[in-house]
Design a protein around this ligand. Structure first.
Ligand code: PGA
Length: 257
């Protein structure tokens, strides 16, 4: 990892104001691990409260709408989450692609909306178990990622600052079984090559590629040792300060030894 490792907690649909003390504890702990960039994506309702508490960590959202505003009952725009204090947004998570039928084209439109208001984006991609079993994982992820990212001419010049990619095989999310380091190495290598092809050597080589799917304190170190892994997108293990910062510590150790 050449850039600071990036460890992002995705709280999904977990967390009421009672969880603010956990967010505060994560923020305070992050101040002791400055070689790692720690961030948290709580539910919409906690973005502003966490933002107000946080001194170190960036706060983000787990989704946004592709339109600036209008008659979209129940939806939240990129400008609204930015106004609430979000600095980034996770887009194209498989739980949204599956649970809300989000297409690659819609995810791309959301990415453009988020970038337009100055947010950073974490673009998720990942194959299903069936895709992997049938040997189509690499082709699928390449196609999905390219179709979900805005084309290069619509990306800001500082692509590597604004874009992070998260590889999250669907079969590894929330199952307790992470992908093997060989599988992660292969897919991250493929994603790196695609990013360089799309955005050029200078920017494409610097975009951080996170791994997500059952990352825990006890498997984090081996995952972070894989080439082209720039950090992790963490679901279940981000809900408590102990497990989340255990992962952050695994990311900081090679630099502190
Ligand atoms: P998990 O979720 O860490 O609970 O597997 C990861 C994610 O969906 O971002």
């Amino acid at each position: 990892m050449t850039r600071r490792p990036y460890i992002v907690g995705n709280w999904k649909m977990h967390g009421t104001r009672a969880m603010l003390s956990e967010a505060r504890a994560i923020d305070r702990a992050a101040q002791r691990h400055m070689k790692v960039e720690v961030a948290l994506a709580p539910p919409y309702t906690l973005i502003h409260p966490v933002h107000r508490e946080a001194e170190q960590i960036a706060v983000g959202a787990q989704d946004c709408h592709d339109q600036d505003g209008g008659a979209h009952t129940g939806d939240i725009s990129a400008a609204m989450i930015a106004d609430a204090g979000a600095k980034f947004v996770i887009l194209g998570h498989s739980e949204r692609r599956q649970g809300h039928s989000e297409s690659d084209a819609l995810v791309r439109a959301k990415a453009q909306a988020a970038l337009a208001v100055g947010l950073r984006i974490i673009m998720c991609c990942g194959e299903s178990a069936e895709m992997r079993e049938s040997g189509q994982a690499v082709a699928f992820v390449k196609r999905q990622l390219e179709a979900s990212l805005p084309p290069a001419d619509l990306m800001p010049a500082d692509v590597a600052e604004r874009l992070t990619v998260a590889y999250e095989p669907i079969w590894a999310i929330g199952t307790g079984t992470a992908a093997t380091t060989d599988d992660i190495a292969e897919m991250h290598g493929v994603i790196r090559a695609l990013l360089v092809e799309l955005f050029g050597e200078e920017q494409g080589a610097e975009v951080r590629i996170l791994y997500g799917g059952s990352v825990k304190p006890d498997n984090a170190a081996e995952i972070f040792a894989v080439p082209e892994v720039g950090g992790a997108l963490v679901g279940g293990a981000s809900l408590t300060v102990d497990s989340f910062m255990g992962i952050a510590l695994a990311a900081s150790e090679p630099f502190e030894s």
